[in-house]
Design a binder for this molecule. Structure first.
Ligand code: AHR
Length: 492
């Protein structure tokens, strides 16, 4: 075992960690919505209003605060009017992804159903507006339908007729998605002009909403630069997104070796640089006050794919300890950069890329990634503090230990991932500017086999183990490839 050290510098506050960093993305793609979150009221799987109870309960347990919907690429061909009114009258449409999986969009989950799901999950919605194939007037009507006070407009009355008298108050609205690709194939300048056009109308419809610009793919800093130059401080912008997916070498979600472990995690660790450089660009355009970064798609994309549906669900992939460590590494970066990252939604919620759940028929299980979100929840709304890990770096510029820490109500929370593929580590934690009060809780998720994953047959193969410690002396064990949470009371 290697002995290492982590300092937490309590007086050095980094900012408040927005709970919205812990959001998820749920698109109408493959098995995310149908047979994912939604099974229908007559299904054998336990459900509330047709939505899986298991998923609702687990989302609440992990305090997932935000759900992005309805896409993704799907958003850019979505007409929100298709998804309201009597279900039997709703049209069946070609989905954005029909070309890949030959599945059609039945529109059984629309605005009212999705809002019901969010309410049951105690999460806020984050809608992506279609600016490729619908007009600013269509989006005005959608905002009107969602947010106008009861009994005021024709849209508010239509919402009431559909069974929902009170407004939903949808606050977060994306203005397009991946507008450099599926969302209109635009240049940053042409998107910026569209942004100005749509944002003006959207803000005017409901000035209380927050608008998020569709940002760059990964490290396309020119996109950010040219977008901000043309937006030129003239339009309403409350956030700017970018997407970062991490690819491995052999693209297989489950079978990987040491080299592939480091390759994928090295790729994920680019998040640090992406945040710094997109933020730096925003600063140079004096946009930092309003253009908080919104990483609204992130996670591992194993192109070798597949989980329980054996390829039926497009982009479905299994999730191992490697994906758990990737989640911890990314969430630690977000915590440490909480003055820059306003919100984030992992892609995607269920039966897809970097999912928190795998489901099919009566089966539904959590993945190791779900456990990481649950293990990190104490950071939400807490004050982040600087940490310094004295730990030998791994290959590919990866830190030996990924770490972040925060304080809320006198409780210190530290989350760490041992990035090392082979070596277990013992860490001495020193809090500078404070001391531990005695009692602590340590939650460890580890497995000797880093390819371990949960299946319908073995749903708890990978799960965290909680240990209560009466007199914590600052020593923490980090098994190789493990994710660990320490919660400890601080002395007054
Ligand atoms: O998450 C799957 C797809 O990846 C999304 O629809 C799109 O935005 C991205 O390219």
């Amino acid at each position: 075992m290697i002995m290492e050290k982590i300092y937490a510098v309590l007086p050095e506050k980094l900012g408040t960690i927005s709970p919205l960093i812990y959001g998820v993305f749920s698109e109408h793609i493959g098995g995310v919505i149908y047979d994912g979150i939604y099974v229908g009221e007559d299904a054998k799987a336990e459900n509330i209003h047709g939505f899986r109870k298991f998923i609702i309960d687990k989302i609440k347990e992990a305090k997932i605060p935000l759900i992005r919907w309805p896409g993704g690429c799907f958003a850019e061909i979505y007409d929100w009017r298709d998804g309201i009114g009597p279900k039997e009258d709703r049209p069946v449409r070609i989905n954005w992804w029909t070309v890949n999986d030959h599945r059609y969009e039945p529109n059984q989950v629309g605005t009212d159903e999705f809002m019901d799901f969010c309410r049951m999950c105690e999460a806020e919605p984050y809608f992506a507006a279609n600016i490729t194939t619908t007009t600013p007037l269509d989006i005005r009507d959608w905002i009107d339908y969602c947010n106008s006070p009861a009994g005021t407009t024709t849209m508010a009355k239509l919402r009431e007729k559909n069974g929902h008298k009170e407004p939903y108050g949808v606050k977060y609205w994306g203005v397009g998605n991946e507008t450099w690709g599926g969302g209109g194939n635009m240049t940053p300048e042409s998107y910026a002009l569209q942004y100005r056009r749509y944002a003006e109308i959207m803000h005017n419809t409901d000035p209380s909403i927050e608008l998020i610009a569709s940002g760059a793919s990964g490290g396309d800093y020119h996109w950010t630069q040219d977008l901000l130059k043309t937006v030129n401080n003239t339009s309403f912008m409350d956030g700017m997104s970018f997407h970062h997916y991490s690819n491995g070498k052999n693209e297989d979600p489950v079978n990987f070796n040491e080299e592939e472990w480091y390759c994928l995690l090295g790729n994920a660790n680019r998040m640090q640089e992406l945040i710094e450089r997109h933020w730096g660009t925003a600063l140079s355009y004096k946009e930092e006050k309003r253009a908080g970064l919104c990483v609204d798609e992130w996670g591992a994309w194993h192109r070798g794919g597949s989980g329980p549906s054996k390829g039926f669900n497009l982009f479905e992939q299994q999730s191992t300890m490697r994906d758990a460590v990737l989640s911890a590494l990314t969430l630690n970066i977000f915590n440490n950069e909480c003055d820059k990252v306003k919100l984030a939604t992992v892609a995607q919620l269920v039966n897809n890329l970097h999912a928190l759940f795998l489901a099919g028929g009566e089966n539904c299980i959590v993945t190791p990634t779900y456990h990481v979100f649950n293990m990190f929840k104490a950071h939400q709304g807490a004050e982040a503090v600087r940490t310094i890990a004295e730990s030998a770096a791994c290959t590919d510029g990866l830190p030996g230990i990924s770490v972040s820490a925060s304080v809320k109500d006198g409780v210190f929370t530290l989350t760490a991932a041992n990035i090392d593929y082979k070596e277990d580590k013992v860490v001495a934690i020193e809090v500078l500017g404070g001391k531990f009060a005695g009692k602590a809780t340590v939650i460890t998720m580890a497995s000797d086999d880093l390819t371990a994953h949960n299946t319908f047959e073995e749903p708890e193969k990978v799960r965290p183990i909680t240990k209560e410690i009466a007199d914590f002396d600052g020593t923490l064990v980090l098994p190789h490839g493990a994710v660990v949470t320490l919660s400890a009371k601080l002395a007054d």
